[in-house]
Ligand binder design. Structure first.
Ligand code: UDP
Ligand code: MN
Length: 349
């Protein structure tokens, strides 16, 4: 009888050992039994580590292998690295390779950045309407990446290129950029910036505010003053909620002019107020250029502005159609080529 009991106990002991082995295998993928070091102090650290690893469970928001002190805190209200007024010049020839070397090292593919030591309150997509402006883009990337990093923005850069050589439609590209960005990440703020606009003060924050934000308050070409009160172009920022509320941009402004006044109307109709930085902080330098090919002034556009109030509910994000032709990820930006379906009868030089 006693012998039977002893055999049973031995069998149980064997089973337990087997279970322990299976457990260790499943935890580490392989069973590694390393020898503890000889040195006494190292031996102590070794066993501390073993014990710590054995009992550790991961809390949400804590990186594997991090201690409680490494849990990321929200980024501060006023970012500590800002320097204020900036020297900006466009005489230097800046190639894309050179800009990549200068500012690319801390970026993730697609022109993506997250502050490493805090959690930003907003996730910001920066949308740039684009065609034939490679040189301008190089300057823009060279200046803006470091500014956005100092502002501790969680951001990506989307360059939305109009595919083909048809009449340009900047506002439709903006809408397409908004839609494409949202397919990738849960952005809550959208900054729409011309490719030739570089801020002259890094305290001009690329993020969203309670009201839609007009960032380009004083541009050098207008002697750093607002040319008219309701101007809402160059660089603007709208939260996802604000952008949805106005149904985005109109899709029907072909050629140069009007689309920025149309979105200004939409904001006035649906949201009432806009916000701006003060006139010193809101200064910009614009890269000088001639009018682009296939983007002549469209004389019909100003007349459309009287119609915004009647048309905005059905012309915008909810009527947007386009075809993505190509997506390329550079270190400095995501480049999306979009066919905006230029109407065949459109007759602009
Ligand atoms: N744009 C572009 N290629 C063009 C036309 C316009 O990339 O052929 C984009 C670019 O981002 C530019 C913005 O649309 O900054 C506004 O156009 P433009 O610079 O002609 O406007 P303006 O200088 O009169 O404000
Ligand atoms: Mn311009």
């Amino acid at each position: 009888m006693l012998q039977k009991l002893f055999k049973l106990l031995a069998f149980y002991f064997f089973l337990c050992m087997l279970c322990l082995l299976v457990f260790l295998y499943s935890k580490n993928g392989s069973l590694q039994i390393s020898e503890p070091p000889d040195d006494e102090q190292k031996k102590e650290q070794y066993f501390d580590k073993v014990a710590e690893n054995f009992w550790r469970t991961e809390a949400p928001g804590v990186r594997l292998g991090s201690t409680a002190a490494e849990v990321l805190q929200p980024c501060p209200e006023t970012t500590p690295d800002l320097v204020g007024p900036l020297h900006v010049e466009f005489e230097t020839n800046r190639t894309l390779d050179w800009v990549r070397e200068q500012v690319g090292s801390v970026l993730q593919l697609g022109g993506r950045y997250k502050p490493p030591d805090c959690v930003s309150k907003q996730k910001v997509a920066i949308i740039i309407p684009f065609r034939y402006r490679d040189e301008h883009l190089n300057h823009w990337l060279y200046y803006l990446h470091p500014i956005l990093m100092r502002q501790q923005v969680d951001y990506s850069i989307y360059v939305i290129n109009q595919y083909g050589h048809g009449v340009f439609n900047k506002a439709k590209l903006m809408n397409a950029g908004y839609a494409e960005a949202l397919k990738e990440y849960d952005y809550d703020c959208f900054v729409f910036s011309d490719v030739d606009m570089v801020p002259l003060d890094d305290r001009n924050l690329y993020r969203c505010f309670d009201s839609p934000r007009h960032l380009a308050v004083g541009v050098d070409k207008f002697n750093f003053t607002l040319p008219y009160k309701n101007i809402f172009g160059g660089v603007i920022a709208l939260s996802k909620e604000q952008f949805l509320k106005i149904n985005g941009f109109s899709n029907t402004y072909w050629g140069w002019g009007g689309e920025d006044d149309d979105i200004s109307n939409r904001v006035r109709i649906r949201i009432k107020s806009i916000s701006r930085p003060d006139s010193l902080i809101g200064r910009y330098k614009m890269i000088h250029h001639d009018r682009d090919l296939h983007n002549d002034v469209n004389p019909h556009n100003p007349y459309k502005l009287h119609e915004t109030i009647k048309t905005f509910k059905r012309d915008g994000l909810n009527s947007l159609n386009y075809t993505v032709k190509d997506i390329k990820r550079d270190k400095l930006f995501t480049f999306i080529s979009v066919d905006v379906h230029v109407p065949s009868g459109l007759n602009l030089k």
